[in-house]
Design a protein around this ligand. Structure first.
Ligand SMILES: [Fe+2]
Ligand SMILES: [Fe+2]
Length: 239
């Protein structure tokens, strides 16, 4: 029976929110000011060799590609070789772009001349925009082509097992960082389904961890609706 699970859209919504946020910060940042630029440039740093890189935003984007290759493409490759090869090629190209951005962010951080910093900031902004544009197209392709293909090729139980393996293999701090971006990025229906599904099916500590992040990150009016739809609100006391 065809499945209905979607392993891509929720994490992609988190990544799109990260991309929009970094894009906004990039185009408004005063690159002449080293102190003001340091946190933004740190978010562009990617330690390819480090397993503990949950802190930087572009590291999350890079790890997302690795998770897809190990956790999904390895299962789908035999059935859809051309599509998976295209996506793997795009991952290689995105990694190359990312390495260049990291290098240029470090070079900018090391500059002391004001005029040079401003020029390097303009160039870096353009480079990051190109990377984000490629990344957005790549995610759309995965959602438009791979998600429907997977719904025909795998059952929901098989796809849930893939998602469980990916999440189970993540360092907890990276999972928490992704959830902080993901939960407020979902629409009300998606957030309600996620919270309701976890309440019914996940171990209590996992559900409580996600509920805590949702309560802190989702705007209060929207969070009230999610709690209502997901059945998380306590019934009124009997009078
Ligand atoms: Fe991908
Ligand atoms: Fe993706």
């Amino acid at each position: 029976m065809p499945g209905n699970e979607d392993l891509f859209t929720p994490i992609h919504k988190a990544i799109r929110s990260m991309i929009y946020d970094v894009g906004r910060r990039m185009q408004t940042n005063d690159f002449a000011d080293p102190a003001a630029s340091a946190p933004l440039l740190a978010d562009l740093e990617h330690e390819f060799g480090s397993a503990l890189s949950a802190g930087c935003l572009l590291c999350i984007l890079h790890h997302h590609g690795i998770d897809e290759e190990k956790g999904v493409f390895a299962h789908a490759g035999a059935g859809a070789p051309q599509m998976i090869q295209r996506l793997m090629d795009e991952h290689r190209s995105l990694s190359t772009q990312l390495a260049r951005i990291t290098q240029h962010a470090r070079e900018l951080q090391g500059r002391t001349d004001r005029a040079q910093r401003i020029l390097a900031g303009i160039a870096l902004n353009q480079e990051v925009n190109e990377f984000f544009a490629s990344y957005l197209v790549h995610m759309n392709y995965e959602e438009r082509e791979l998600v429907p293909w997977m719904k025909n090729a795998f059952t929901d139980d098989q796809m849930r097992a893939m998602r469980g393996a990916i999440m189970g293999g993540m360092p907890p701090e990276r999972l928490a960082a992704i959830l902080r971006w993901m939960l407020p990025s979902l629409n009300l229906e998606e957030a309600s389904e996620m919270l309701g599904g976890l309440k019914r099916g996940a171990p209590a500590p996992v559900f409580e961890m996600v509920r805590g992040i949702a309560a802190a990150q989702i705007e209060p009016g929207r969070w009230a609706v999610v709690q209502e739809r997901a059945g998380l609100t306590a019934p009124p006391p009997a009078s």
